[in-house]
Ligand binder design. Structure first.
Ligand SMILES: *[C@@H]1O[C@H](CO)[C@@H](O)[C@H](O)[C@H]1NC(C)=O
Ligand SMILES: *[C@@H]1O[C@H](CO)[C@@H](O)[C@H](O)[C@H]1NC(C)=O
Ligand SMILES: *[C@@H]1O[C@H](CO)[C@@H](O)[C@H](O)[C@H]1NC(C)=O
Length: 235
């Protein structure tokens, strides 16, 4: 309940519709779709982005459960090649352990209606060491892709009290990403976080704008991987 309270409180002073972040990344470094071919958007039919995600093979996308849980998913599309191409959604599933009050297990699998010829990213199978260098990729206000370098923190470190989160809030299904540029801020729910060319996280929630010295909280992909693989097989 604490998180919902913060969310509704922030609503008064900042945007908090569907996700807690300012949607546009500020303070990122320009990058290209060629450097991150796996990044996708979950979007409305008019092309407006709802959240980010990552392609894990030619027919399968992972995004957050919090991205999809308030939408009629049959009306949504997946944007590939930075929106140059879209694919329809054939089926999807939210992790049954997802809880919108605690944000536990904030992950979902989306099966595309057609196979796409785009380079996918591998799911990390083991947790990165706390402090590992990672990159969050997302969109700046001008719709260009940008990267934010982050230090990926374990749940234990993130909930240690050194940051804005308590150990009760940062669960095993979460990691954190602390921007190394303290001016960086924002980022859309579902934006992928990569360490050593493997997907380790998806932006899930956070207090404030998610950075300025305050980590953003990520879905912990290595921890959630076995459900993702099982769901991708059964969809
Ligand atoms: C878009 O914004 C980013 C970040 O502010 C900047 O680095 C990039 O050069 C801009 N791109 C264009 C095409 O204006
Ligand atoms: C981000 O990290 C990469 C290596 O992970 C490094 O090459 C790059 O210079 C860093 N960028 C910034 C702006 O710190
Ligand atoms: C995508 O990955 C899932 C899970 O590993 C697997 O079941 C499915 O067959 C894969 N699809 C393709 C086209 O590789």
């Amino acid at each position: 309940m604490a998180k919902l309270f913060v969310c509704s409180f922030l609503f008064v002073i900042a945007a908090c519709v569907g996700n807690i972040y300012a949607e546009d990344i500020q303070g990122g470094v320009a990058t290209t779709i060629a450097a991150h071919p796996y990044i996708v958007s979950v979007q409305n039919s008019d092309g407006s982005r709802i959240c980010g995600g990552a392609l894990i093979n030619s027919t399968t996308v992972v995004t957050t459960a919090s991205c999809l849980d308030t939408y009629d998913v049959s009306q949504l599309l997946v944007g590939l090649n930075n929106g140059a191409k879209t694919a329809k959604i054939a089926a999807y599933g939210l992790d049954p352990s997802y809880d919108f009050t605690t944000m536990e297990s904030d992950v979902a699998v989306v099966k595309l209606a057609e196979s796409v010829d785009v380079d996918a990213i591998e799911l990390a199978s083991s947790a990165p060491s706390s402090g590992a260098s990672g990159v969050i990729t997302g969109w700046a206000a001008n719709d260009s892709l940008v990267d934010i370098n982050v230090s990926v923190l374990s749940a234990e470190v993130c909930g240690s009290g050194d940051y804005k989160y308590s150990e009760d809030e940062i669960l095993d299904s979460m990691l954190c990403g602390l921007a190394t540029n303290s001016q960086a801020c924002g980022g859309l729910n579902g934006n992928p976080v990569v360490v050593n060319n493997q997907l380790v996280g998806l932006v899930s929630w956070g207090y404030g704008c998610g950075n300025k010295g305050n980590p953003s909280v990520l879905a912990n992909i290595p921890e959630l991987r076995s459900w993702i693989v099982q769901e991708a097989e059964s969809l």
